[in-house]
Each structure stands twice: as structure tokens, then as C-alpha cells.
Ligand binder design. Structure first.
Ligand code: MN
Length: 136
């Protein structure tokens, strides 16, 4: 089992880019297209990390984060905001809202792996350990 990451993003191009990149780095990926679906998939899959767009139909990222933080079982999951907002103060608003970090779009594909590893707390040792425990 590798780390599972949930992408919550309504823009299909961005979602596919992120999904392909994360899969390339060996992560298991689950995808949702709005905040409400993201909450349901977070409960179902208990991902190690959520990457959450801000502007989405049905339910935006701020509302989804607030619900996740107040929901038993998923409240402690790391959530990184994905946003194209570029004005000063946005980063503070996002961190004040309770996001663990912020990644500006377009995503810098060279920096993304390091940011993810930082929030997962370590490199993929869990993958190695479980692989070893299962006899390789
Ligand atoms: Mn969006």
C-alpha cells in the first residue's frame, strides 16, 4: 500500500495533471470534483493528504475544509489548498482558515513532490515497510 492522496478540483485539466504527477511518484490517487464529493471520498478512503481547490461548484474549498475539520475521523487529515489567487493576504487567509499549506496554480511540478513529502512527514518508508512485511 502506498500513501493515498485525495485531489478535490473541478478543473479537469488541473485534476488530470495532478493525478498523473502523483501517480508517477507512486501515490495512490482518489479524485473529487467539488467539496461535497471530496468530503464523502475523504470519509470513504481516509487519505493521508488532501489537495483542495478553493473555487468549485456545489461546495467551495473553504466550506469543505471547515466541514472536514469538524467531522470525526477525518478532522486531522492534512489539507493543502490549491489556488490561483495571487493577491497578497490570500496565503494568510488560507492558513487562518486551517489549511496546512498552500500551493499556487499553475502547480510547480518540480516542487510538488517535496511539498507532499514534507506534509506526509517522511518519505515513502511506509511503502517499503509494508512491502517488506508482505514478503516483498
Ligand atoms: Mn476551481
Amino acid at each position: 500500500m502506498s500513501w493515498k492522496i485525495l485531489i478535490v478540483e473541478d478543473n479537469e485539466k488541473n485534476r488530470i495533471l495532478l493525478r498523473d504527477l502523483l501517480k508517477h511518484f507512486g501515490y495512490e490517487v482518489v479524485e473529487a470534483v467539488n467539496g461535497a464529493e471530496g468530503i464523502e471520498l475523504a470519509k470513504e478512503h481516509l487519505p493521508a493528504l488532501i489537495m483542495m481547490d478553493i473555487q468549485m461548484p456545489v461546495m467551495d474549498g473553504f466550506t469543505a475544509l471547515k466541514t472536514i475539520r469538524n467531522t470525526a475521523g477525518i478532522g486531522d487529515i492534512k489539507v493543502i489548498a490549491l489556488t490561483s489567487f495571487a493577491m497578497s493576504g490570500d496565503r494568510e487567509n488560507i492558513l487562518d482558515a486551517g489549511f496546512d499549506d498552500y500551493i499556487a496554480k499553475p502547480v510547480d511540478t518540480r516542487k510538488l513532490p517535496e511539498i507532499i513529502r514534507r506534509h506526509l512527514g517522511k518519505t515513502d518508508t511506509r511503502h517499503d515497510e509494508e512491502t517488506a512485511a508482505n514478503g516483498g
